[in-house]
Design a protein. Structure first.
Length: 175
């Protein structure tokens, strides 16, 4: 566990919703996972992913970035879908300056490529046709006007299947 197909460890940096929002989203994710025989995973926003840096240096960098960033208010908006596995069905997170700054600092600190970013919380990792996705959106809701304030940055080991992903550490944001 924790190794990709080529043997390297893979990591990601996440923000997670607080208890109430976490519970709402977790129930939806678990229900859809059962219904569609899809992997289960925790509700999260990926700040940076596909990280292959040695763990010791990575832990230090994550701690340094988290100390510089204040907790932020995040707003979930509409439900959407794409034709990619990890964006199969998701809820948009309204981008804000604090979230974008956190991402920018993580990428810079870790020397990662700056790619376009669409903050979101996935609800389902499963390749299914768009008609079925539309039906799911009609069922779970087209909008999620939920608000939360994440107060930790999570370092996750993400090689393998989503059920195998595990938390390595969490670091409080500067509060």
């Amino acid at each position: 566990m924790g190794k990709s197909a080529n043997g390297n460890e893979k990591f990601a940096l996440w923000l997670k919703p607080d208890n109430e929002v976490y519970d709402v989203l977790n129930r939806i994710i678990n229900s859809l996972s059962r219904e569609y025989d899809a992997p289960r995973f925790e509700p999260h926003i990926t700040v940076a992913g596909d990280i292959s840096i040695p763990l010791t240096g990575l832990k230090e960098a994550v701690s340094e970035v988290a100390a510089k960033i204040e907790p932020m208010t995040l707003y979930l908006t509409e439900t959407d879908y794409r034709d990619t596995l990890y964006q199969s069905l998701f809820i948009h997170v309204a981008p804000n300056d604090a979230l974008l700054l956190l991402r920018e600092q993580c990428l810079s600190e870790l020397g990662l490529e700056h790619k376009p970013y669409m903050p979101h919380i996935s609800l389902l990792y499963k390749e299914i046709d768009n008609d079925e996705k539309k039906k799911i959106v009609d069922r779970v809701g087209k909008r999620f006007d939920l608000v939360f304030i994440p107060d930790k940055l999570y370092l996750m080991r993400t090689a393998g299947e989503p059920e195998d992903w595990e938390e390595v550490m969490s670091v409080p944001l500067n509060s």
